[in-house]
Design a protein around this ligand. Structure first.
Ligand SMILES: [Zn+2]
Length: 162
């Protein structure tokens, strides 16, 4: 199974160029949009060369582990909620981009796993990975939560909820 890493990158409108495409580091191909990061073994695919600042940050993130992981297939992920504001000028920024980033779906829709709240869209991305498991905590933690799957691993930022 080939994993589409572009789904984990920021889009073409992303202001940081290093978030626009996967990059190569330490025998891995890594992709991130700043909220979710994924790493797979280098399979020779096209990837950019990262800066030292970026790889230092990546190395720091990838040292974290958790004691308990749960299969993502066992987590109920509801259908994506459609954005009700698309096309409404009251909900567009100056460039005419909708509050949903023109995705057509509600960006803040979330799913609670243990004590941690995740954006539905990121959990759904992780669920597509083979045999995916995600770190589970009973305490709310606002640092990157690890996930792993056949062929790689990654981290996802929880959502802040009040
Ligand atoms: Zn919209």
């Amino acid at each position: 199974m080939t994993i589409d890493l572009n789904k984990f990158c920021g889009g073409e409108n992303e202001i940081h160029s290093y978030l626009r495409q996967p990059f190569r580091h330490n025998g891995q191909i890594i992709a991130t949009n700043g909220h979710i990061i994924i790493s797979i073994q280098d399979d020779g695919r096209e990837a950019s060369t990262p800066t030292k600042e970026l790889t230092d940050l990546v190395d720091k993130i990838f040292t974290r582990t958790m004691d308990t992981y749960a299969p993502v297939s066992g987590i109920y992920i509801p259908e994506a909620e459609k954005c009700k504001h698309c096309g409404n000028p009251d909900y567009q920024d100056e460039e005419g981009v909708c509050v949903c980033d023109d995705t057509g779906f509600v960006l803040h829709q979330n799913v609670l796993v243990g004590a941690t709240t995740f954006a539905r869209r990121y959990l759904a991305l992780i669920a597509e990975l083979p045999n995916a498991e995600i770190g589970v905590s009973v305490d709310e933690k606002l640092w990157q939560v690890p996930f792993r799957f056949d062929g790689g691993q990654g981290y996802v930022m929880p959502m802040r909820v009040r």
